[in-house]
Design a protein around this ligand. Structure first.
Ligand code: BDP
Length: 330
């Protein structure tokens, strides 16, 4: 090799190395982070992430900001999780439900009646167990960084015909989120669980592909599922699943340590801000649902709790110690 050739080769290699080492900060010089949610503009979760973006923009003098793509414009949650894993979406707010198939450890929070009530769920996600779970997601091979939690309230059943007991659910097809744990849950509750994307539920209820679904009042209202015919809302409160927002590991790794710390700080604030917005929205949307003719059916949910014991036994065995700690959380 001549001197010249060696020089060119070395310079090229150095340039490549240099390019690699400056690329991260270059990326973070003027970066609009792409965030996504299935919920529409104005929904508590969407607003909390948008406000996080405003704080980030201010703190970095506009170097980092967030643009939110709400209303499923980037796809359903399963597809958006995949896009986040490869870095096509930077920040995703999703139910923890469809994260289960990607990071099985989170399924402990996805089990029916694992939390006593919403206050219990909040105490768990705000405390050390919540942080450990975010860290487990980050440490997993899923290429996601757990940023923070959001409140998804309690999920209850809504159906075309009134349901008061597990026996009433017999023969009814009920849409569940994409995770086998939820299909097992509905089957144990007495119905037939059908796994389906959120975006397909309205038409599925309308055309009779399913007889109902289950969700919290803000989602039932904003997705208009009751207008497709499922107007009996039975207070089973069978799932209290925290929601989560995650960052693509691909994007996270391009942030400096200082920027990562900022994102973490504003994530915690977003977690708390969403909660205040959430509480207001549950009251507001419950009133709107009632005004629109949705019948809220109060029941004793103990029969549903009892019926789902085998699901807790099946999925909970591997989390026995953690479940003890969850139960001990006040
Ligand atoms: C809502 C969650 C949303 C889920 C949806 C669903 O906020 O993340 O996509 O339920 O049922 O409560 O799919």
């Amino acid at each position: 090799m001549t001197f010249r050739r060696t020089f060119v080769a070395t310079a090229t290699a150095l340039f490549a190395l240099g390019a690699l080492s400056v690329a991260p900060s270059a990326w973070a010089q003027n970066k609009v982070l792409k965030a996504a949610d299935v919920h529409p503009a104005g929904y508590p979760n969407v607003v909390a992430i948008e406000n996080m973006g405003k704080k980030l923009e201010k703190a970095t003098n506009g170097r980092l900001s967030i643009k939110m793509f709400p209303g499923s414009v980037l796809g359903g949650e399963k597809e958006m999780i995949e896009q986040t894993q490869v870095g096509a979406i930077d920040i995703l707010r999703t139910s923890l439900g469809p994260i289960g198939p990607v990071v099985p450890e989170v399924n402990v929070f996805n089990m029916p009646f694992v939390f006593r009530d919403e206050a219990h769920m909040r105490a768990v996600i705000d405390g050390p167990i919540g942080q450990e779970m975010l860290d487990k997601i980050t440490a997993s091979s899923a290429k996601l960084v757990g940023l923070g939690w959001m409140d998804g309230g309690s999920r209850s059943l809504y159906t075309k015909k009134p349901v008061r007991s597990p026996a009433d659910l017999k023969g009814m097809k009920i849409r569940m989120m994409g995770n086998p744990l939820f299909v097992d849950t509905m089957n144990a509750m007495g119905g037939n669980g059908i796994s389906m994307g959120y975006g397909e539920v309205f038409t599925a209820i309308q055309t009779g592909v399913v007889d109902g679904a289950e969700n919290n009042p803000p989602t039932l209202y904003t997705a208009h599922h009751y207008q497709a015919g499922a107007k009996y809302y039975t207070q089973t409160n069978h799932l209290i699943i925290p929601e989560i927002f995650v960052m693509s590991k691909v994007s996270w790794d391009k942030l400096s340590k200082d920027d990562q710390a900022l994102v973490r700080k504003f994530s915690r604030e977003a977690q708390m801000e969403q909660r205040a917005l959430w509480d207001k929205s549950v009251a507001e949307y419950t009133a709107k649902l009632k005004a629109d003719g949705v019948e809220f059916i109060k029941i004793d949910n103990k029969p549903f709790y009892d019926a789902t014991a085998p699901v807790r036994a099946k999925y909970g065995a591997q989390f026995a110690d953690l479940i003890k700690r969850i139960e001990a959380t006040q």
